[in-house]
Design a protein around this ligand. Structure first.
Ligand code: SF4
Length: 227
């Protein structure tokens, strides 16, 4: 995608989603971290239901470590991947207490050193809580940015790299939310609503689809029999 077209796409996203913000509920860096760990392969709505219960009495690393692995699994069972998520949350909580004085660390490398915290989770916490410029590439950001043509990549890491080249740094964090909201509301994984999409005019995927539809011969032209 040309830089000018990318700027147009970003402008449309900004105008369409001026209120885009995280859907997860949290009151501290620690709650945000736990919620993002729980959100892997789970909807934000489900995570919010689970954390509403969990954080009632276990909203700090100390309070979380009062739970056994099995007890924590009981709280987060419905989020999926609950065994590994429980192990990660307990291990990360232990490290936060023992290595970082009880506070979620701000340094990116320190964040990534915590169990269950990969590039995406560290980017979300950096951006949302610590107000750093960051683009977290989740499933929506990956799909929408590659369909639009803001990126042409096969991995989240490469997508993040390419998005950072085409999006001005001041917009990185906002673009993350714009792309997520667009993915949830319009550019669905299975059936993107291209017909009502404000980005259709600047979307590589849409242009490609149109080209294919125009190029495809009609059944009569192709000799295919209608049944
Ligand atoms: S035109 Fe279609 S594929 Fe492109 S961003 Fe919109 S919904 Fe997604």
């Amino acid at each position: 995608m040309e830089r000018e077209q990318a700027q147009k796409a970003l402008q449309i996203l900004a105008e369409t989603y001026p209120d885009a913000r995280p859907a997860l509920h949290y009151r501290s860096a620690y709650e945000l971290l736990v919620a993002v760990i729980l959100s892997a392969q789970c909807t934000d709505e489900r995570v919010n239901k689970v954390t509403a219960e969990l954080f009632r009495e276990h909203d700090t690393p100390q309070a979380m470590l009062a739970l056994t692995q099995e007890q924590l699994e009981g709280y987060i069972f419905s989020c999926g991947l609950y065994r590994s998520k429980a192990a990660h949350i307990l291990s990360a909580s232990r490290d936060i207490l023992e290595k970082f004085g009880g506070q979620v660390p701000e340094k990116f490398a320190d964040l990534k050193s915590l169990a269950g915290v990969g590039q995406k989770t560290a980017n979300v916490v950096s951006s949302v809580w610590f107000d750093r410029d960051a683009i977290a590439v989740d499933t929506h950001v990956f799909r929408v940015s590659n369909r639009l043509g803001l990126a042409h990549a096969h991995t989240p890491a490469k997508t993040e790299e390419q998005l950072k080249e085409v999006i001005p740094q001041r917009d990185w964090s906002k673009a993350h939310h714009w792309l997520i909201w667009h993915g949830r509301r319009v550019c669905h994984s299975q059936k993107p609503a291209c017909g009502s999409c404000p980005l259709a005019g600047v979307c590589d995927f849409f242009a490609q689809q149109n080209k294919q539809n125009t190029a495809a011969p009609s059944p009569a032209e192709s000799g295919a029999a209608e049944v």
